[in-house]
Design a protein around this ligand. Structure first.
Ligand code: ARG
Length: 279
């Protein structure tokens, strides 16, 4: 029998995809020639938001800005740990204006905000796993940004080298399930980074190519409930075998821009103390 998992109640920041579109291609998922249904994107996003609320999480919303079609991907808006915020700096000019929008949301909410200093795409590339910060590089976030994160947060940063352009952000290749466990696609990482992941997480769930191809790893876990793309059926079974409760959501419209549930979700970690609630 797997012991019951404990859910940590979270605070999330999300951005309604009111102005969602695929007008440029900055990752291999994006095809500006393919039609996008904004109403469908909004409905899928609304279901995701509802799912979090029904689980008992808190969801704040940032006002969507016209002309910023990727702003729905709130994970790229900041990295927030222990109430400190490292602002972001996008690689691509098309997304540059999202950075000040997210920054001012945090300033207005009373957070201490630090400059990124280098290209840094927030929680898309920086995931907290227990005491460690796992940080991706290779496509977006610059390696130099990792040192900055370690300095601001005072937590060890583990650099992970991403090698497959389809999995350009760390949160498309790896999902933190709880303080000790992750799921990831080995082939998305360099051989050395695969060895690091094996060393740190010998019990990790290894995703299949089919799970990753539907952005299955772009999932949000509260330690017990894992919200993941409904198409990632293999990963869902593997998670259930380990005692997690899986909740499938259809993000297929938003996936046309290269993102899933996790990309739409920024975790706002106000303090180190997590309020844990057993369900
Ligand atoms: N179109 C966006 C981009 O390429 C998608 C971002 C997805 N976000 C994420 N956290 N993986 O930047």
């Amino acid at each position: 029998m797997t012991p019951d998992k404990i859910m940590a109640r979270r605070r999330f920041l999300m951005c309604r995809p009111t102005h969602f579109a695929v007008e440029y291609a900055i990752n291999p998922w994006m095809d500006p020639a393919a039609p996008v249904d904004v109403d469908r994107a909004v409905a899928q996003w609304e279901t995701l938001r509802r799912t979090y609320l029904d689980l008992g999480h808190r969801v704040d919303e940032i006002e969507p800005v016209p002309g910023l079609p990727d702003m729905v991907f709130a994970a790229n808006g900041a990295t927030v740990v222990d109430g400190r915020v490292v602002a972001v700096q996008f690689r691509d000019p098309q997304r540059a204006d999202e950075a000040p929008a997210y920054r001012s949301w945090f300033e207005r909410a009373g957070f201490e905000v630090f400059d990124p200093k280098h290209v840094n795409e927030g929680e898309g590339d920086v995931l907290l796993a227990g005491d460690l910060l796992l940080a991706g590089t290779g496509f977006r976030t610059a390696h130099a940004a990792h040192a900055r994160l370690q300095e601001v947060f005072g937590r060890p940063v583990i650099t992970l080298q991403l090698v497959d352009p389809r999995f350009y952000h760390l949160d498309t290749a790896l999902c933190v399930l709880d303080e000790r466990t992750v799921a990831y696609l080995p082939a998305a990482f360099s051989p050395g980074s695969q060895a690091v992941l094996r060393r740190l997480f010998p019990d990790a769930i290894l995703a299949t190519a089919a799970d990753a191809a539907v952005l299955g790893l772009n999932a949000v876990s509260d330690g017990r409930n894992v919200v993941l793309p409904v198409q990632a059926t293999g990963l869902a079974s593997a998670l259930q075998e380990r005692g997690y409760v899986t909740i499938g959501v259809d993000m297929s419209e938003i996936r046309k821009a290269g993102g899933g549930p996790k990309c739409c979700t920024l975790t706002v970690r106000e303090t180190t103390a997590v309020r844990e609630v057993a369900r």
